[in-house]
Design a protein around this ligand. Sequence first.
Ligand SMILES: Cc1cc2nc3c(=O)[nH]c(=O)nc-3n(C[C@H](O)[C@H](O)[C@H](O)COP(=O)(O)O)c2cc1C
Length: 349
Amino acid sequence: MFGLLRPALFTLDPERAHNVTLAALRTGLVPSFGAPVAGLGVDLLGLHFPNPVGLAAGFDKNAVASRAMLKFGFGFVEAGTVTPKPQAGNPRPRIFRLREDRAVINRLGFNNEGHDAFARNLDRQRARKPGIIGVNIGANKDSADPIQDYVVGVMRFAMVADYLVVNISSPNTPGLRDLQARSVFHDLLTRIRTARNEAVARPPLLVKIAPDLTSSELAAIVEVALDTGVDGLIVSNTTIDRPPSLRSPLASQTGGLSGQPLLGMATDVLKQTYRLSEGRLPLVGVGGIASGADAYTKIKAGASLVQLYSALIYQGPGLVQNILRDLRTMLDQDGVKSIGEAVGADAGA
Ligand SMILES: Cc1cc2nc3c(=O)[nH]c(=O)nc-3n(C[C@H](O)[C@H](O)[C@H](O)COP(=O)(O)O)c2cc1C
């Protein structure tokens, strides 16, 4: 089906194509994609994930399509990034397809409808418990106290999120990534954790980091994360780097690069994170996954779960089942009985 629709979607500006897709998905009239692939379950963060392949944040910023995306076979979906107040984001155009590179550049800037609308939408998406839905929270661009925006996000969504993600790694909100600096990061996490611990429900709290950190910045993040009791790290967001291999004329657009060219780089940071944390922090591997082999590479590099977004733009939702089937085959070939057994096998820890 996607094969038939793709040429039409690709004639549209990427953001229009996305909005058309979301409009179709929010109707909920989506067929389930085949039987679940067995033997891929992961027990982590106090949750049972039916499989380790999740939808990364940014696809469903306002929690209108999480239910439909779960039907495509994702083991979990991360909605958001959501900020306290609605905001328009940067001027359009702000999403670019780098077709020659199987990549995307975006400089959306946290366009979203804000906490209130998100909460109403999420309520509908969660009716009859369709699966695991995480909530990815951020700060408004004009916020006088960005840390407080995260605290408010935690308090607002602790009751309804299966897990929470503190996104301090988008390159498109000025100053946001500075929250990754050691002393600010420590303050941020201490305040957020206090807010989470005071909430009636205490969902696991993860932090999503950038792939552009230096080794010492990464080491500080891991140390503070372990110190403050963060439940896991998501590695990684989009990169501001532009690898010389890029061929598309759109490569010079400002924003975060995702998709195939991010794979090696984000996997290296993942491996480094796994080694630094000595396997003590659950890690979610994201960046450039477009096949079962890519997902397996992330798992062996140290990820207990993986996520993807950009490859969906090029391959459509059938990709999820292909990844799950291939992953199962590869585990069997290696004589590995569960995902957990393979985590970090190639990290050299
Ligand atoms: C159009 C677009 C919008 C995104 N928006 C968000 C976002 O709101 N919050 C976030 O944490 N990550 C966001 N991301 C980053 C993805 O979640 C993911 O970390 C990154 O794209 C790398 O994965 P991929 O190569 O599979 O796309 C966005 C990515 C894209 C392509």
